[in-house]
Design a protein around this ligand. Structure first.
Ligand SMILES: Cc1cc2nc3c(=O)[nH]c(=O)nc-3n(C[C@H](O)[C@H](O)[C@H](O)COP(=O)(O)O)c2cc1C
Ligand code: SF4
Length: 495
């Protein structure tokens, strides 16, 4: 009889594109990337700049989404350069150390003022920290913009005594590389933030879930965790206090969906990383059925600044409902690609013209902010400010802040084909419209055999109404925004 355990292992392994998710040290990762080319959307937008490399990306199975080298697309693993980092805000909350060229050692981090927020938190109380985070108005940077203070409070108030915190470093949205920059240039900021979060919610164990494609980030983080442990930031009696906290780095195995928080928890537990049903919310019943705080890397990295300067100071940045700064990743079609720290409220036009310096070639067809689960903003709407509400009102999203410019050498049919190919490849296949509907749209647009307008309508409606998670719903939002802003071009591709 076959060992049922091997069925389980096969079911888990078959989910991933880059081999089984075995627990290995970063320096022992098998070489599954070298030479492979990225099929992410930013590389697609830049495909005319190196058609041969793009061809290679298209002929590789399974497709590689995405290397986080969108500033140099079309990208190939092993040919990486570090993106430039710029601050375009009154205060730098996030990128100060990145702009200095990076601070990867603990003594250097401390010399730049790092660690002060942790010491302040250790001398404060959990409820005072929770109040400061709530007062800051910080909202999650992983996409949904959920108020961070409310999430932390829910985990702090959960009854179970064993609690976990998880940093979501999966950064799956093609077009975004800002978490990668934060981790590679300032790893102790993330560790310090996780310690502060642990103190305030009462967690003793944390995990950082990092995407497999970020090998340099994996090495930098593993080394930083070792240094933090040696300096007694981690372990029992953190810096001689009564707190205990330890941290584990978990490296993915190639799956966009593992960025969705419940799928990610399944991945950390070694299960097949499908999306979990809610309720219960993970703040009550998350990792190993315990209350769990999941935050994006950028969200967490704002915490040391907030603790040092106060919630009110943070609220002074950005707009009334969208406090603080946001990182934007500008792709290679801009004259000045790279990662930018901006205040919320900046207009899309300023992002394109002032930060990006306009388009390097051709005419701008539109910009996609926030990844493939968001709409494309057309030129007539470039005065829209960067806030969750303003972008939502035009069918678009802040998302994770990847900014992909599309030039007029790319048609709407090609963009729909590529987004739905990605959507179908990365679906966890749990919901029928997401499993089969995305494939049908992808096939119709990739083979040039048009579907009827009614069939398109039915599939998009089903995706919007019945998807269990933001993957299917986001693809529907993308489709609806294309209908709204590029309706004429879309209609011309439908039968
Ligand atoms: C399909 C899908 C992919 C996601 N990928 C990511 C990701 O790569 N990184 C991330 O931080 N959040 C991602 N999210 C959002 C997470 O589920 C979760 O909301 C987020 O990590 C919470 O952190 P925050 O409150 O700090 O934003 C994804 C969501 C969906 C539906
Ligand atoms: S919407 Fe798609 S990715 Fe999300 S749970 Fe359903 S099948 Fe899985």
């Amino acid at each position: 009889m076959t060992d049922p355990r091997s069925f389980h292992d096969q079911a888990v392994a078959s989910f991933y594109h880059l081999g089984p998710a075995d627990a290995v040290l970063p320096e022992m990762l098998p070489d599954v990337l070298t030479g492979r080319c990225c099929r992410g959307l930013a590389c697609f937008a830049a495909r005319q700049d190196d058609p041969q490399r793009w061809q290679q990306a298209c002929s590789t199975a399974p497709a590689l989404y995405c290397l986080g080298q969108c500033y140099a697309g079309p990208a190939q693993a092993g040919t990486d350069t570090r993106p430039t980092a710029h601050v375009f805000a009154r205060e730098s909350v996030l990128l100060a150390n990145a702009v200095r060229g990076g601070v990867r050692d603990l003594p250097a981090y401390l010399a730049q003022g790092g660690g002060k927020a942790l010491r302040a938190a250790l001398q404060s109380t959990p409820s005072a920290i929770l109040e400061t985070v709530a007062a800051s108005g910080l909202r999650g940077r992983g996409g949904a913009g959920f108020p961070t203070g409310r999430k932390w409070r829910a985990v702090a108030d959960a009854i179970n005594k064993t609690k976990y915190i998880v940093a979501n470093a999966d950064e799956g949205d093609p077009g975004a590389f800002s978490d990668r920059v934060l981790i590679e240039t300032d790893p102790f900021r993330l560790i310090e933030a996780m310690l502060i979060a642990a103190i305030s919610v009462g967690a003793t164990q944390g995990f950082i879930y990092l995407r497999r494609e970020y090998e340099t980030a994996a090495r930098v983080l593993a080394r930083a965790i070792e240094q933090a442990r040696a300096a007694r930031w981690l372990g029992g009696h953190v810096l001689d206090s009564a707190y205990t906290f330890d941290l584990e780095l978990v490296i993915g195995a190639g799956s966009y969906l593992c960025g969705e928080e419940t799928a990610m928890l399944n991945a950390i537990e070694g299960r097949r990383p499908e999306v979990r049903l809610r309720p219960p919310q993970i703040t009550e019943c998350g990792l190993f059925d315990r209350p769990t705080l999941v935050n994006n890397v950028e969200t967490l990295c704002a915490i040391p600044w907030i603790i040092k300067h106060g919630g009110e100071a943070y609220r002074q940045l950005g707009t009334a409902d969208n406090a603080g700064t946001k990182l934007l990743s500008l792709n290679s079609l801009f004259v000045k690609p790279g990662v930018y720290e901006v205040e919320f409220g900046i207009s899309v036009r300023e992002i394109i013209d002032v930060l990006g310096g306009g388009l390097r070639r051709g005419h701008l067809k539109g910009v996609m902010i926030g990844g493939p689960l968001a709409g494309i903003i057309p030129p007539p709407l470039f005065d829209t400010p960067l806030t969750h509400e303003a972008l939502h009102a035009i069918g678009c999203a802040v998302g994770h802040g990847g900014v992909i410019a599309f030039a007029d050498d790319t048609s709407i049919a090609e963009i729909v084909a590529e987004v739905f190919r990605f959507g179908a490849t990365e679906s966890c296949d749990k919901c029928t419209p997401c499993h089969l509907g995305t494939q049908e749209i992808s096939q119709a647009f990739n083979t040039g055999k048009p579907m009827t307008a009614q069939r398109w309508r039915d599939l998009v409606d089903a995706l919007a109404a019945t998807s269990l998670c933001g993957h299917g719903r986001g693809l529907a939002e993308f489709a609806l925004a294309i209908e709204t802003h590029y309706g004429e071009e879309l209609c011309a591709c439908l039968a």
